[in-house]
Ligand binder design. Structure first.
Ligand code: HXC
Length: 518
């Protein structure tokens, strides 16, 4: 064998060893927990054969606690670049088989290298987390490593899409990297996120909770909103990340990819003409409207189980990605509360940062009243959604289906918040408030003065109010909405509007950064 051949054989052997991470025994232990290894996850996530690995021979530099004798190639994280549906991504996947995926300084340098390259190249970065947190033996070096990663998350925010998958533990300050990224996906039963684990919770507050109750996927996807997706399995989670990437541009200077569809732009849906019930207090399912108007009925919902009174997610219309925001009358009558406002605002801001037009479907009775909401700062939180819409310069097309009352009317992408094209269905009802509330305010004295005829007075005044305001025409008279459209035509009217707006340019005044009401 020539010297060169020998060296090549050595390389192949080194690679094979490095690919085993912490070794066969730890890989078996990972599988026994129902988890995949870092490399298996990457293989499922990216196009076959597209992964180019960096730094597989990197070792940590720690000499505390006998660590100088413990070396594993790659040091707890697999990093590199690949393609998803032919489009580039950078990625890192923490390898639990090496020191529990815990973060060493060297490991953070590997992660920072791909983050830097992603930012420089204008390419999304995906992080798959599965880690015991800071590598305890490294002390402050590990903390410094987290700081380096967080800073890059912040600098990359709004420039390249950043996606976090949580495929195992993610605890302590480590949770802040996913929290700084655009989307966080968790896997049910095998992943958890919390600042302090059950033992610390018990010692500090006396509360007894399991890891799952404290920070499992179900909790973060439905109660805290920390997770945007909760997948039933790792395979499903990785496939969701692939799907999500497909809707997004590579960076904030580009448009999302166009995906040709056989679904005709001109398709009308007669069922929409019967969608809105006669009784204004009766709900209907906004998902049916969303699926009816988007290409092939395909909708990737974000935050499906959190603040279900508002629906947000990605779809395509005429082949182009749109961000859909829709009130859901079937949950809490579609009211805006703190969580719905936060959920909507975060999504609207993501879409605006990444040139994704917004399609807003409105059926909103108002903001949720009460001390719980006021004490929780519905004022500040509602202002987030208002701010997000008012600041957004992407094309904004809005369709009001039914109720659009008061402050909530303004917030939901009204004309005065630089809404571009605002349509209404003939069933729209755009007013300061609903008829019952209005009559109670305006005619309380009359009703009180004549208790015998209270109900007749109420009904007569209500009819008067409804005749005047329970329609879209007061707003149409003023040009606050641009047209009243037949519901069945919504798909093509919205797609035409978006096409008309495709070259839209709009600015905001020069500033260092805004002061969003946090
Ligand atoms: C070094 C670690 C480690 C860590 C795990 N390991 N966590 N090594 N630093 N943080 C090692 C274990 O020693 C073990 O090594 C291997 O990883 C697998 O761990 P197990 O405990 O056997 O696995 P499991 O039973 O699945 O439990 C996983 C775990 C547990 C729940 C994550 O390991 C754990 O509680 N680890 C400590 C978590 C923690 O307190 N981290 C610090 C948080 S503070 P061998 O050699 O036996 O395979 C923090 C601050 C960040 O992160 C601040 C950022 C700003």
């Amino acid at each position: 064998m020539s010297i060169q051949q020998e060296k090549i054989t050595e390389l192949v052997g080194r690679r094979e060893k490095a690919r085993l991470g912490g070794g066969a025994k730890r890989i078996d232990a990972q599988h026994a927990k129902g988890k995949l290894t870092a490399r298996e996850r990457i293989a499922l996530l990216v196009d076959e054969g597209s992964f180019e690995e960096f730094d597989m021979f990197v070792h940590h530099r720690c000499t505390n606690f006998g660590m100088e004798k413990e070396h594993f190639d790659g040091d707890g994280v697999v990093t590199g670049h690949a393609t998803i549906d032919g489009r580039p991504v950078y990625l890192f996947a923490q390898d639990f088989t090496v020191s529990g995926g815990s973060l060493s300084k060297t490991m953070s340098e590997k992660i920072c290298k791909v983050m830097d390259m992603a930012l420089r190249g204008g390419v999304p970065v995906i992080g798959l987390n599965d880690s015991g947190g800071a590598r305890i033996q490294e002390g402050v070096d590990a903390l410094a490593g987290y700081g380096e990663i967080f800073e890059r998350n912040i600098l990359a925010s709004g420039v390249i899409p950043q996606i976090s998958g949580i495929f195992g533990p993610c605890a302590g300050g480590a949770v802040y990297s996913p929290a700084l990224t655009d989307f966080t996906l968790m896997v049910k039963d095998t992943s958890y996120m919390f600042l302090t684990g059950p033992a610390v919770v018990k010692s500090v507050t006396g509360e007894v909770v399991t890891q799952e109750q404290l920070g499992g996927a179900a909790v973060h996807a439905s109660k805290s909103g920390v997770a945007h997706f909760a997948a039933a399995s790792e395979e499903e989670g990785l496939s969701t990340i692939r799907e999500l990437i497909g809707y997004l541009p590579l960076n904030n200077r580009e448009q999302a990819p166009e995906v040709p569809t056989t679904d005709p732009v001109s398709r009308v849906d007669d069922s929409l003409n019967d969608m809105v019930p006669d009784n204004p207090n009766k709900a209907y399912d906004m998902y049916a409207v969303v699926r009816s108007i988007v290409d092939d009925g395909r909708f990737l919902e974000i935050h499906r189980d959190f603040a279900k009174n508002i629906i947000v997610g990605f779809a395509r219309m005429g082949g182009r990605t749109v961000g859909v925001v829709a009130n859901q009358p079937a949950v809490l009558a579609g009211v805006l509360d703190i969580n719905a406002s936060r959920k909507g605002a975060r999504f609207v801001r993501f879409c605006d940062a990444f040139n994704i037009p917004l399609v807003t479907l409105v059926d909103v009775p108002g903001f949720l009243p009460g001390t719980q909401q006021e004490y929780g700062a519905i004022i500040t939180n509602g202002a987030k959604l208002l701010y997000a819409y008012g600041e957004a310069t992407v094309p904004k097309v809005t369709v009001t289906l039914r109720k659009s009352y008061g402050g909530a009317h303004i917030v939901m992408s009204c004309k005065q918040l630089r809404g571009d094209i605002n349509y209404a269905w003939p069933t729209a009802n755009i007013a300061v408030m609903g008829a019952d509330g209005a009559v109670n305010v305006l005619y309380a004295k009359d009703i009180k003065a004549d208790p015998e005829h209270a109900s007749e007075i109420f009904e007569a005044r209500k009819k008067e109010y409804e005749d005047l305001f329970s329609n879209p025409y007061r707003a149409a008279e003023k040009g606050y909405i641009d047209d009243v459209i037949e519901p069945r035509n919504t798909r093509f009217r919205v797609i035409r509007a978006l096409a008309q707006l495709s070259a839209k340019q709009q600015d905001i005044p020069a500033k260092k950064h805004d002061n969003l009401p946090l």
